[in-house]
Design a binder for this molecule. Structure first.
Ligand SMILES: NC(=O)C1=CN([C@@H]2O[C@H](COP(=O)(O)OP(=O)(O)OC[C@H]3O[C@@H](n4cnc5c(N)ncnc54)[C@H](O)[C@@H]3O)[C@@H](O)[C@H]2O)C=CC1
Ligand SMILES: O=C(O)[C@@H]1CCC=N1
Length: 264
């Protein structure tokens, strides 16, 4: 049985993905802080909602999906009740496997995951790392749970905060760019709906070409950039305003913030 502790945005998305992948609601449990939230999860997915303690003592796989700031309290509540054979999967930004392990009984295996919101459409990027008691079987189990909702990649835990900054937060950067491009359309006198449609379809087309063409992004951009044409006029402005450097610094800042989160 898989229990999701703190089924908020990410926990619910994973829950619905696991159900879409063919598991029955009887194989899942969820916990929530508020009674209305628990009722909504029961109604929407047909899963049983239980207390954190009950989930911790009965699950084979325990998914911790609370905010990093709530992790200490959750682990204080359930840590000593998790049997040694349970796989604990932590989805929180910044929280290390060591942090989770030291709040559980000796030898409980922990896998750290950084996923992202496209889990809603089975296009997540999930990056996993084993803690000190997790072996190949535990990683395989985590992969089995996450692969129906997107891609899964194994990385060393030292790169997890970087992955959080790059792919965990990644969708937000693309949405931000879309927002800015739609504003540019408004500036040029486009109706908002038309601007939004043009930008979203360009984003979808570009994303599918990036994924499916096998071409490097530089070559794809060069193919759009005609000599003396319109695209290079735009690229010159992006370079003049230091957008590439801003992206590097922004993602580094996100990585650094991830490092701070476990400290509370
Ligand atoms: N939102 C995102 O794009 C991503 C979030 N994450 C990580 O996923 C985790 C969850 O994030 P969201 O789903 O966005 O947050 P959220 O706030 O939507 O969900 C967390 C849920 O946990 C519940 N909760 C807190 N303490 C609890 C407790 N002791 N018992 C039961 N329920 C409890 C809250 O009421 C809330 O519903 C975070 O650790 C975050 O770092 C990871 C990747 C992407
Ligand atoms: O902003 C955050 O802290 C979370 C982690 C990755 C995406 N959202």
């Amino acid at each position: 049985m898989i229990a999701i502790l703190g089924a908020g945005k990410m926990g619910e998305a994973l829950l619905s993905g696991v159900l879409r992948a063919g598991r029955g609601p009887g194989e899942l449990r969820a916990t929530a802080r508020r009674a209305e939230r628990a009722a909504l999860l029961r109604e929407r997915y047909g899963v049983e909602t239980v207390s954190n303690r009950e989930a911790a003592t009965t699950a084979d796989v325990l998914v911790l999906a609370v905010k990093p700031q709530d992790m200490a309290a959750l682990l204080d509540e359930v840590g000593s009740h998790v049997p040694a054979g349970t796989l604990v999967i932590s989805m929180a930004a910044g929280i290390t496997t060591g942090y989770v392990e030291e709040r559980l009984g000796e030898g409980v295996p922990v896998v750290r995951v950084m996923s992202n919101t496209p889990v809603h459409v089975d296009e997540a990027m999930s990056v996993i790392s084993p803690g000190s008691h997790a072996g190949e079987d535990h990683l395989k189990l985590a992969e089995e749970l996450l692969s129906p909702v997107g891609k899964v990649l194994r990385i060393p835990e030292s790169l997890q905060d970087g992955a959080t900054a790059l792919s965990g937060s990644g969708p937000a950067y693309f949405y931000y760019l879309v927002e800015a491009m739609v504003d540019a359309g408004i500036l040029l006198g486009m109706p908002r709906a038309a601007a939004l449609e043009m930008v979203i379809q360009s984003a979808v087309g570009a994303a599918i070409m990036l994924r499916d063409s096998g071409e490097h992004p530089v070559l794809l951009r060069e193919a759009v950039t005609s000599p003396g044409g319109t695209t290079i006029a735009a690229i010159r402005e992006l370079e003049r305003h230091g957008v590439r450097s801003a992206v590097l610094e922004a993602i580094e800042a996100a990585r650094n913030r991830g490092r701070e989160l476990a400290a509370g």
